[in-house]
Design a protein around this ligand. Structure first.
Ligand SMILES: Cc1cc2nc3c(=O)[nH]c(=O)nc-3n(C[C@H](O)[C@H](O)[C@H](O)COP(=O)(O)O)c2cc1C
Length: 403
C-alpha cells in the first residue's frame, strides 16, 4: 500500500512530502518531477507568485543512482517567496509590526479555520489551506506517474471550459464514444493542452477565454471552469466491489475532491447519464478474437468499482477563486462590524494548474490500486505479477465458461 503525507505552509520555508511503499529498482529523476512541477505553475490568469517561485524538487532520501531503493522517498520544495515573509512566518517569535488578519474572505477557509482551531489571526488558516500545498502533491504524484509509465499507463488532462466558455468541438463526448481521441495515450492529451496558455485543445476557444480572463481581471473578479483527466493503458481489475472503500471510482472521487476549490467530480458520463434511458448509456460489450471491448465508454472505464480496461475518464469542476479584488460582504472579527472583504495577491483563475494537479491525483490512485492488486517489493516482482495476470489469468475468462 502506497501512502504520502505533506507538510508546509504557503509562505513557510519549504514544502515537504514523504512517499512510501513504491517497489525498489524503479527509475526516477529530479528532472522528471521538475517537468511536472513546471506544468503545474503555468497557465494564463495566475498571480505574480508563480513568477517568484520556480519549483524545483530536492530528493532527500529513497533514491540511489537514479532508482528507488524501497525506502521512504522524501521530497522538498523551497518557497522562494519565504525570504519576503520571514517575519510574518517566523517559527520562534512574533515581531511587533506583524499585523493580524481579521477579515475573512467568503468562499475561503478563513472563517471556518479560525472557528475550528481557535486562532486569533486568520493568517494561520490561510497558510495551510492555500493550494500552494499542491506543489508537493504533484511531486508525490510524479513518482506514481513514473511507476505507471513502466506498465504503459499514461495520464493526461485538458481544460474543457473556463468561465463557461466551451469549445464547439465536444471532446468530452468523443471520449465517451470510445473514439481514439488521443492516439490511445492519455499523455498525448496533455502534450496538446500544454501548448495552450489555458490548456485547451481549441485555439478559437483559447482566444475567447484569454479575453474573458482579461476582462474579469480588470473588474476585480475571478473565474472557475471544468477539466477532463484521462488514464489510458489501465488493466482490467483495479479496485473492488467487495467493500465500499475499495472501489476505484470512490477513491478517485475522494482524491479529486481533496484538491482545493474542486466542487464536482464525474466518472464517465456522470450527471448526463442520469437524464438518459439505459439503452443510451450502458456500454455494449463486443468480442473480437476473444478480446472484450465496448461500443462506448460512458462508464468512464470503471464498472462496479473495478477498472474495465477502457480509458478512465474523470471530469471535474473548479469553482472561481475566492479572493476577489472587487470586495464581497464580510465581517471584521476585531470589531464584529460589517465590512468589505480583504484582498491579497491572488490568482484570477487556476483551472489549467488544477488539471495538472488532478493528473497527479489520478496517477496516485491508479498506482495505489495497481500495487494493491499486483504488489511486489521490487519492480521486477511487480512485473512478474502483472504479466502473470495479464497474460495468464485473464485468458481463463477469454476462453469462456466451461461447458
Ligand atoms: C492551483 C490552485 C490555485 C489557487 N489559487 C488561489 C488563489 O490565488 N487565491 C484564492 O483565494 N484561492 C485559490 N485557490 C483556491 C483555494 O485554495 C480554495 O478555494 C480554498 O483552499 C478553500 O477550499 P475550498 O474551495 O475547497 O472550499 C487555488 C486553488 C488551486 C487548485
Amino acid at each position: 500500500m502506497i501512502r504520502f503525507l505533506t507538510a508546509g505552509e504557503s509562505h513557510g520555508k519549504v514544502l515537504v512530502t514523504i512517499v512510501e511503499g513504491f517497489p525498489s529498482n524503479m527509475p526516477i529523476s529530479s528532472d522528471y518531477i521538475n517537468s511536472h512541477l513546471k506544468r503545474r505553475q503555468s497557465g494564463f490568469g495566475r498571480n505574480v507568485r508563480m513568477k517568484i517561485e520556480s519549483d524545483t524538487v530536492q530528493i532527500l532520501s529513497g533514491i540511489r543512482f537514479g532508482k528507488t531503493i524501497g525506502s521512504p522517498i522524501s521530497l522538498l520544495i523551497e518557497n522562494n517567496d519565504w525570504a519576503n515573509w520571514r517575519d510574518v512566518m517566523n517559527v520562534d517569535q512574533k515581531s511587533a509590526d506583524v499585523k493580524k488578519i481579521t477579515i475573512p474572505r467568503p468562499g475561503h477557509a478563513d472563517l471556518v479555520g479560525v472557528t475550528k482551531y481557535n486562532f486569533d489571526d486568520i493568517r494561520n488558516s490561510i497558510e495551510r489551506s492555500s493550494a500552494r500545498e499542491t506543489a508537493v502533491r504533484v511531486a508525490a504524484g510524479s513518482i506514481a506517474r513514473k511507476f505507471l509509465e513502466h506498465f504503459g499507463i499514461y495520464i493526461g488532462s485538458f481544460v474543457e471550459s473556463i468561465g463557461g466558455i466551451y469549445s464547439t468541438n465536444d471532446y468530452f463526448s468523443q471520449l465517451l464514444q470510445n473514439k481514439n481521441l488521443f492516439e490511445k495515450s492519455g499523455w498525448s492529451a496533455s502534450i496538446k493542452a500544454d501548448k495552450s496558455s489555458v490548456r485547451v485543445l481549441d485555439q478559437k476557444q483559447e482566444k475567447k477565454i484569454i479575453s474573458k480572463i482579461k476582462t474579469v481581471k480588470k473588474s476585480g473578479d475571478t473565474l472557475g471552469g471544468t477539466f477532463i483527466t484521462v488514464a489510458t493503458g489501465v488493466p482490467v481489475g483495479l479496485g473492488s466491489f467487495m467493500q465500499f472503500d475499495r472501489k476505484l471510482d470512490a477513491d478517485i472521487a475522494f482524491h479529486f475532491m481533496s484538491i482545493n476549490a474542486v466542487k464536482g467530480v464525474e466518472i464517465g458520463s456522470g450527471f448526463y447519464s442520469a437524464e438518459q434511458p439505459g439503452s443510451q448509456i450502458h456500454d455494449e460489450i463486443t468480442i473480437d478474437k476473444n478480446n472484450f471491448n465496448r461500443k462506448s465508454n460512458n462508464a468512464g472505464g470503471i464498472e462496479g468499482g473495478i477498472s474495465n480496461g477502457l480509458p478512465i475518464i474523470v471530469r471535474a469542476a473548479m469553482k472561481p477563486i475566492s479572493t476577489l479584488a472587487k470586495p464581497l460582504e464580510s465581517v471584521d472579527l476585531s470589531s464584529m462590524k460589517k465590512v468589505s472583504s480583504r484582498y491579497e495577491r491572488s490568482d484570477f483563475t487556476a483551472v489549467p494548474s488544477c488539471a495538472v494537479i488532478a493528473e497527479s491525483m489520478l496517477a496516485w490512485v491508479v498506482a495505489k490500486h495497481f500495487l494493491i492488486k499486483f504488489g511486489g517489493d521490487s519492480i521486477e516482482e511487480t512485473e512478474d505479477n502483472y504479466t502473470s495476470f495479464t497474460k495468464k489469468s485473464i485468458n481463463r475468462i477469454r476462453k469462456g465458461f466451461k461447458k
